[in-house]
Design a protein around this ligand. Structure first.
Ligand code: SF4
Length: 369
């Protein structure tokens, strides 16, 4: 299989910066977009036309997804990490109290979320395979899969064979964000550990899809490099995955940096306006992609975006291992921006005439049970 090749950011700057408002209007009339059209939607000219982009994005989202918003919550199972990512609270360099949940403790966290009504749980850990490895994740999935419609993971990149093992055990999806597609910046912010290998990480979504995962999640951490360029390469990566793995759903996340241990200052912070443009542009570019808006963003912003493009919201999230059973526990990866629980977020979604759903497909059917 060919590999996804990331162009140098300098190669497409004129594509991103030369479009006019007339070019944007023309793209908004199209049904099938080329990657150059995505560049037009990410341009400064399109940034001046957000209401028009919002209308188009909302119409496409309504047509493809109805009024449904899927709900999920993360379960952090370990804060141990072998890597040194300068922007992250779990970085090996940070002197924080670290914690790894036993299988029983992780199950308790998951049961709390099941009792709250969640049916999609994202298992998250730092990248320390000696702590949270395939055997741990597979056993946790086997123990809990009957209680959840979707069990996804955001852990260290794994081999295709490992993803096959996890899929058999009940894991249905893999989220792995490149953080930045800008290779030079990537090297500057990933100083040590396996994550310093840009290419291995880049190829991970393909390995997960190859193993049969129902969904792969990709994304870039907004703030590390130029957001327009990151958005364009995200679109290229998305299109490439669609072409090679048409059976696998692809979702995209747009995590903006949050305050974390280490107090890293992002060099190119992106605001809500930039995030909004990126989100609309990707929706208009790919009508079927899942767009995730997590609790990194604040209540006001998340409420305002209901119905305009995102299709998945998290709620009541805690980013410290053990934080659902013990809300006083310290050791968050980052502090969240929206502290509402599931019921409160669902109420806001319903106020906008949308339906929050905790289960949108039957995992037992997919596993062939
Ligand atoms: S971003 Fe992930 S890999 Fe990097 S230090 Fe944080 S937990 Fe570890």
């Amino acid at each position: 299989m060919s590999l996804f090749a990331v162009p140098d950011f300098s190669e497409f700057q004129s594509l991103l910066h030369s479009p006019t408002t007339t070019d944007v209007e023309a793209v908004l009339q199209k049904d099938k977009l080329h990657i150059n059209d995505l560049a037009t939607l990410l341009s400064p000219a399109a940034g001046e036309m957000l209401p028009a982009l919002a209308l188009r994005s909302a119409a496409i989202t309504s047509q493809r997804f109805g009024h449904v918003i899927q709900m999920y919550a993360p379960v952090y199972v370990s804060s141990f990490c072998n890597n040194n990512c300068v922007y992250c609270g779990f970085s090996a360099e940070n002197k924080i109290a670290r914690r790894m949940l036993s299988l029983d403790e992780a199950e308790v966290e998951m049961n709390i979320l099941a009792d709250r009504g969640f049916s999609h749980v994202l298992l998250v850990s730092g990248e320390a395979p000696g702590k949270v490895g395939v055997a741990y994740l597979a056993e946790l999935a086997r123990r809990t899969r009957d209680r959840f419609a979707a069990l996804t993971i955001e852990v260290q990149p794994l081999s295709s064979a490992d993803y096959c093992t996890l899929f058999e055990a009940g894991i249905t999806g893999v989220a792995v964000y490149q953080e930045t597609y800008d290779r030079a910046v990537y090297e500057q912010v990933h100083l040590a550990g396996k994550k310093a290998d840009y290419d291995y990480r880049l190829e991970t979504p393909a390995r997960a899809a190859e193993a049969g995962m129902r969904e792969v999640g990709i994304g870039a951490l907004m703030g590390l490099s130029d957001w327009r360029s990151e958005g364009l390469v995200l679109g290229m990566h998305l299109a490439w995955l669609r072409k090679h793995f048409w059976r696998t759903n692809v979702s995209v996340s747009f995590p903006r940096m949050r305050p974390a241990e280490g107090a890293y200052e992002p060099p190119l912070p992106a605001g809500e306006k930039e995030l909004t443009q990126l989100l609309f542009a990707l929706r208009i570019f790919d009508w079927d992609v899942g767009l995730v808006l997590s609790t990194r963003e604040e209540e006001r912003y998340r409420n305002g975006m209901i119905g305009l493009g995102p299709t998945r919201y998290s709620a009541g999230s805690c980013t410290a291992p053990g934080g659902y059973a013990n809300p006083e526990i310290e050791g968050e990866q980052f502090s969240v921006g929206d502290h509402r629980d599931l019921q409160e977020v669902c109420a806001s979604i319903r106020l906008k005439n949308h339906d929050p759903v905790c289960k949108d497909w039957d995992a037992t059917f997919q596993k062939g049970f």
